[in-house]
Write a protein that binds this ligand. Sequence first.
Ligand code: 1GP
Length: 249
Amino acid sequence: MNNIYQDILKSVLEQKKLLAVLIDPDKFLVENTAAFFGKVNASVATHIFVGGSTVDDFATEILVTEIKKYSHLPVVLFPGDVTQITNKADGILFLSLISGRNPEYLIGKHVQAVSKLKNSNLEVIPTGYLLIEGGKITAVEKVTGEKPLARENLQEVIDTASAGQLLGMKLIYLEAGSGAKAPLTQDMILKVKQAINIPLIVGGGIRSKKQLDAVYEAGADIAVIGTAFEENELFFEELKATLALGNLA
Ligand code: 1GP
């Protein structure tokens, strides 16, 4: 039995910061798994998220099977579509795009996913997903047809996250979009964190240790980094010092 969510809660309680490495099966070469995980395993990463907006059928399962050969970290699906669900992973962020109003991404895909989830051992973690404007049009926006929330509409962002919690979501994922020009502001992260009492995931545009530290300092419990690792595996080394800082109060 998986305990991914309970372990996240425990880390939050102990004020330990978590770091998820996001791997997009559409961009990642399976042949690189061994080498890439040599770096991941020597790093401060605590979770592996696997998913993307447009991924070929079976690519996720092939990649997760390979990852499992090289990593003991929990592998959590971050799916852009039902086709990305595979029982080879440990858990799944059951994402609702609550910043949008497209019923397909609020309930439609979830209904389609049920038969797959029922036949799996995946730990299903209901997650309220908020896409915030990040300076460029993201793949999520293209696929879902949903506009992100504007950064200046802070109260709407806060209220959306709170509504997610009231609906029973177990995590809130505040997302600037993969490859965002800049991470979300400390002010936004802080205010969302203050408004909820479930763990907060923050991702999109984190490319330096300074930015990662800022995201943690503002209140993110889990930071997600994809692009920066894709572009520069040395970044794993640069983040090592963050471990010491992993217990920012
Ligand atoms: C995207 O939040 C993740 O869904 C990670 O974003 O690729 O910009 O690190 P980056």
